[in-house]
Ligand binder design. Sequence first.
Ligand SMILES: [Zn+2]
Ligand SMILES: [Zn+2]
Length: 346
Amino acid sequence: MRILDGIYQLLTPFPQFTLEDAKKLRHELEEHPRVTKGLPYVLPYMIKDGGETVLVDCGWNTDSAYAALEAGMQEHGSHPSEISRLVITHVHPDHYGMAGRLKQHSSCNVMIHEKDAEVITDRYFAPKTLTDQMGRFMEMNGVPTMDTPAMSMGSMGMIGMVAAVPPDTQFQGGEILKVGQFEFEVIWTPGHSPGHICLYEPNHKILLTGDHILPTITPNVSIHAQTHGSPLGDYMRSLEKLVDLDVKWVLPAHEFDTKDLKKRIIEIEEHHIVRLDEMAKCVDRGGSTAWEVAGRVKWATGMLTDFEPFMQRAAVGETIAHLEYLFEVGRLAKVMRGKAMYWLPA
Ligand SMILES: [Zn+2]
Ligand SMILES: [Zn+2]
């Protein structure tokens, strides 16, 4: 789909969806936003100007996602073999999965923020250590031992759908990517992942937001074995970085494109403020583990105990991110008892 001359929105389906179903959902969601179970597709963007073809994000490394990308590019007279630069907003498999395959087809320059480049080895080339770390991490957060192996293995099934490749260029934030008439500024927006970036084009007032800002859902901001510090604190600060930008087009990597950046940022901030209060209320006076808190919180998709292991892990990680933020602002304290971490009112 053409956004404006030179900027095109493409679509690649998630492994569980056909291209036809994903395209249908793309239109339905825009007209009637609702919570879907899982994400149906990724929206890569092709920037084509001045004789250059740049792709921002790609999709899972499946044959159907590649075929969808190829067909989408062909609609605008292009082909994946022409890609000169592949910019990845963050290294989650739905955005980065096909990078290795595209590099084989085009010898493109793969560009990723240095903080996400750091996790590629652990996540995709040596997942065994990560699995062990995750097991210990889950134990520390009160996840019952019986559930731990399934949860820590939760994301391993996806490794086959990622063609990982080390980046050729690592961003720090602040770089300008010139593509013909377009000048995209790389804005580092940590939170959803430590090296997440957004791309801002001030002359055309376009903001590519990746997973940082989506029109109806809030991205998972989570703590797991590989994260440090307070990702939710980072995420809230990253929203503030964007709130005053002059933007006419918000181009996210899921759901659909929108116009009103400021309104959406305020909505997301309010969502987290409500969520933080709710989480704080779920902490016992005598102390609770993150697992206990996650079990009491209301999730949009149901009860924690009914979730798939992978989603349970995401929910626990998201709970910890909120608890860590409450700790950062002085509302909660934390203490180790035996092998487990307990949170309690400050
Ligand atoms: Zn993501
Ligand atoms: Zn995503």
